[in-house]
Design a protein around this ligand. Structure first.
Ligand code: ASP
Length: 308
């Protein structure tokens, strides 16, 4: 297995070996963190977090991950307005400069393909923390880690992906990882306007993954092991009317949550708007806050893999 240099897309994962290795490492990091016995393998190393789009979890969890392993962080949390991008600097030039200060760069950008451009210019590892409507590979790593922890395995899981499958980059990254596992079946639930782009549908077909597409929530979630809800990505819509027409297409409330399989889990990359009512939070199936915490541990495992 060739070592990954950059992490840009989950299509870089050709099989489950590295995934399993990262999940095992993340689980150990969590144990060590709880016991306060974390090793400091990244002491003296610097991570740059360069965010051209808003973020809470991704940036904080990467920064916490780096610091828990002994490293430190330099950050631009609002790079679209506060970095030299406003002066017209290209991504390639910014990356060439930042890579002189940092041992790795985590970048979020509003343009699909921006992470690849950054990687092409970078002598240090670049991690894609979301590139427009493209991908968000480390969220998908957190998702697989969460499914593994919560269900005990990913093989055989019936996964319902709900909401904005057109613009939801977390889904675009999760599908290629799910496709690596045995006997996974997928239910794609979205309004017609927000269906999964053809390139991802073709990908599922090419991998022989079982999937169905529907716009009906009720039947889709009844037998699912994973009910993965996404936010309708308001920032990607051209008009407020188009967003308003679909924003509340699916809402998981306490009643729906109570009627899921007893072993099912509800996931969401967060932030949520209306798509999961707060009254679901008390349901033991609600895994989204655990998922957010897991993201820090898998990012620790990833930074350790890339840098240690
Ligand atoms: N936080 C995730 C992302 O950046 C999900 C979302 O924003 O809806 O893609």
């Amino acid at each position: 297995m060739q070592k990954l240099r950059h992490v840009l897309s989950t299509k870089q994962f050709g099989d489950t070996r590295l995934l399993e290795q990262l999940c095992a490492s993340a689980a150990q990091m969590e144990l060590d963190d709880v016991a306060r016995t974390l090793p400091q393998p990244l002491r003296g190393r610097i991570l740059a977090t360069l965010f051209y789009e808003p973020s809470t979890r991704t940036r904080f969890s990467f920064e916490a991950a780096m610091q828990k392993l002994g490293g430190s962080v330099i950050t631009a949390e609002n790079a679209k307005d506060s970095s030299s991008a406003t002066k017209g600097e290209t991504i390639a030039d910014t990356i060439r400069v930042v890579s002189g200060y940092a041992d790795a760069i985590v970048m979020r950008h509003y343009e699909e393909g921006a992470a690849k451009k950054a990687a092409d210019a970078s002598p240090v590892p670049v991690i894609n923390a979301g590139d427009g409507v493209g991908e968000h590979p480390t969220q998908a790593l957190a998702d697989v880690f969460t499914i593994n922890k919560e269900l005990g395995k990913v093989d055989g899981a019936k996964v319902a992906l709900i909401g904005d499958l057109l613009n939801g980059r977390t889904i675009h990254s999760l599908l290629p990882l799910l496709a690596l596992y045995r006997d996974v079946s997928i239910i794609l639930v979205s309004p017609k306007q927000l269906r999964l782009p053809v390139k991802y549908v073709s990908f599922l077909e090419s991998k022989g993954v079982r999937f169905v597409e529907t716009d009906k929530l009720a039947g889709a979630v009844r037998s699912a092991d994973v009910v993965y809800v996404t936010r309708v990505q308001r920032e990607r819509f051209l008009s407020a009317e188009e967003y308003e027409a679909v924003k509340d297409a699916y809402i998981i409330d306490a009643k729906i949550a109570d009627n899921l399989k007893s072993t099912a889990i509800i996931m969401h990359a967060l932030p949520r708007v209306n798509e999961i009512s707060p009254d679901v939070d008390a349901n033991y199936r609600a895994a989204y806050f655990r998922q957010a915490k897991n993201a820090m541990y898998i990012r620790m495992a990833l930074l350790n893999y890339l840098l240690a």
